[in-house]
Design a protein around this ligand. Structure first.
Ligand code: HEC
Length: 123
């Protein structure tokens, strides 16, 4: 009986630690992907706009709301408020969601997209 308890406990520890490892892997991959794919156009520092607006505090922000950023009228007038679903949809194809958007960069892979969106949700 004691042995069985030990085995079950051992299995649980393995399950728990592998979940933690995959969460960590996803965390770093979301951040790494952001650095690799988005950071040339988007800073995470407020008041630092590049070709695109800064994305500090993007979740809950109205689309097109950063002062002095170079937005299309289409995005500014879209009425979008950025949440997980909206970000996911925009990144899969910005011009599908917002025809006339200045951003054309797409993240086709759903897992990559999710990792990037989760990174933005934590920021
Ligand atoms: C080549 C430059 C470029 C790249 C690369 C790029 N973007 Fe953009 N992004 C833009 C531009 C320009 C806009 C403004 C679009 C508009 O006004 O229609 C924008 C807008 C956005 C917005 C809306 C911001 C707001 O204030 O409403 C989000 C969110 C966003 N980008 C996320 C990302 C993410 C995440 C990545 C990486 C996967 C990325 N972008 C890659 C140029 C880029």
């Amino acid at each position: 009986m004691a042995r069985r308890v030990q085995q079950v406990a051992g299995a649980l520890i393995i399950v728990c630690s592998s979940t933690a490892i995959s969460a960590r892997a996803q965390q770093s991959s979301g951040e790494q992907q952001f650095q690799r794919r988005c950071a040339s156009c988007h800073s995470m520092e407020p008041d630092q706009n590049r070709a695109g607006p800064h994305l500090s505090g993007i979740v809950g922000r109205r689309a097109g709301a950063v002062e002095d950023a170079n937005y299309s009228d289409a995005l500014r007038e879209s009425g979008i408020v950025w949440d997980e679903e909206a970000l996911n949809s925009f990144l899969s194809n910005p011009r599908d969601m917002v025809p006339g958007s200045r951003m054309t960069f797409r993240v086709a892979d759903a897992e990559d997209r999710q990792a990037i969106v989760e990174y933005l949700l934590r920021k």
